[in-house]
Design a protein around this ligand. Structure first.
Ligand code: 8X3
Length: 246
């Protein structure tokens, strides 16, 4: 059997980088795609994969990614995306909304569209990394809630469209994950506000927890489609029910 090929977007840090490592450990040759080539090159070298500079909002970059991957793709992990801002709708920054929709919704759609022939040729799997922000709305979340709910619908429609064809479409929806960048980006680089998100939370998820779930989804037997995994830390019973100590 040829070495299975995986593509991970947003592979330069956090869940994406951890997923690239987990998939390499599971036997995949991993194409690590993200904007920051300098951050991915050491990772690609470490796991024997390939780093590809790709801004998923740029159609030319996405076409070049598909070209580099070639005719077979066993697994696509649509991980690139994220949250920008926590403003209420009354205070909305619609440039931030555009960024969130361009990455989480259009970007994931565009990359999937470009790789779909190669995924189908390999009888492969598409995993969308959404969020518990798609599970329920929260104050200050309207743009991100909407973008992640939108990405969820993309996954659902694709699964229906591919019915009868040998492609699995799966979703992993993480809750609170303590990564280096997610909250920092959300709070426009304010490290104190980013740190406060996780303060006193006993055991937020880490990137490796989500990577483990993605790897598990991908490595089930081919006839098993895990539609969706919602994965939260034990301390987070719901979006609004976060246990803190101290
Ligand atoms: C991250 C989860 O709770 O910040 O996607 O919306 S949350």
């Amino acid at each position: 059997m040829p070495t299975p090929i995986a593509v991970v977007t947003g592979a330069s840090s956090g869940i994406g980088a951890a997923t690239a490592r987990a998939l390499a450990a599971a036997g995949y040759r991993v194409f690590c795609a993200a904007r920051r080539l300098d951050r991915m090159e050491p990772l690609a070298a470490e796991i024997g994969g390939q780093a590809i500079a790709c801004d998923i909002t740029d159609p030319d970059d996405v076409a070049a990614l598909a070209e580099a991957v070639g005719g077979r793709c066993d697994l696509l992990v649509n991980n690139a995306g994220g949250a920008v801002g926590t403003e209420t709708l009354a205070q909305a920054d619609f440039d931030a909304w555009v960024t969130m929709f361009e990455t989480n919704v259009l970007g994931a759609g565009r990359v999937t569209n470009a790789l779909l022939p190669a995924i189908e040729a390999a009888e492969g799997t598409v995993v969308f990394v959404t969020s518990t922000a798609a599970e329920a709305a929260y104050e200050g979340g309207s743009g991100y809630n909407a973008a992640k709910a939108g990405e969820r619908m993309v996954a659902g429609a694709l699964r229906l469209e591919l019915s009868g064809r040998p492609v699995r479409v799966c979703e992993v929806a993480p809750g609170l994950v303590h990564t280096e960048e997610f909250s920092l980006v959300r709070y426009h680089g304010d490290q104190a506000k980013a740190d406060a998100v996780y303060a006193g939370v006993p055991g937020p998820l880490v990137a490796e927890d989500v990577a483990d779930a993605i790897s598990w989804v991908a490595t089930r037997p081919a006839h098993v489609n895990i539609d969706r995994i919602v994965i939260r830390p034990r301390a987070q019973a719901a979006n609004h029910k976060l246990h803190r100590e101290g």
